[in-house]
Design a protein around this ligand. Sequence first.
Ligand code: ATP
Length: 133
Amino acid sequence: MNVLKVSIVTPDGPVYESEVEMVSTKAETGELGILPGHIPFVAPLEIGAVRLKKAGKTEYVAVSGGFLEVRPEKVTILAQSAEIAENIDIARAQAAKARAEQYLEAKRDDIDFKRAQLALRRAMNRIEVYQNR
Ligand code: ATP
C-alpha cells in the first residue's frame, strides 16, 4: 500500500481526484502529513493549502476550511470551497484581498471585522497557492 486516493469535494462538486504518495495540510490542531496506511481519523481544516505529492512533484489546492477524513487507503476533503492552483483567478483574489483590507481599516462593527478577516485569509491563501503552482 504505497498510494493514497485523494478526493477534494465542495458543495459545487468534485475539484480534485487522484492517487498520491502523501497529503499535507493544515488542520485546526496543526500541520498534518498523511502517508498511505494512516490510522482513520476526522479533523476540521483551516483555510490553507493542501499539498499533494505525486511522482516527485507537488500539486497545490487552496481550500477554505472544511473537514478531512482519513482512512488507510483514502483521504477525503470536504471543503467549503477549493481551487486547484491552475484554476485560481489571481486578479479576483487580489481584488478580494484589497476589499478585505479596506474593510479592516474602516473598523466597522465586529461582525464585518470577523467576516473581513476570513475573506482576507481566503484571498491570501489563494494568492500563495497560485504563486506555488
Ligand atoms: P470573492 O470575494 O472573490 O468572491 P470569496 O473568498 O468570498 O472571494 P468564496 O465564497 O470562498 O469566495 O468562493 C465562492 C466561489 O468562487 C467558490 O466556488 C470558489 O471556488 C470560487 N472562487 C473564489 N475566489 C476565486 C479565485 N480567486 N479564483 C477562482 N475561484 C474562486
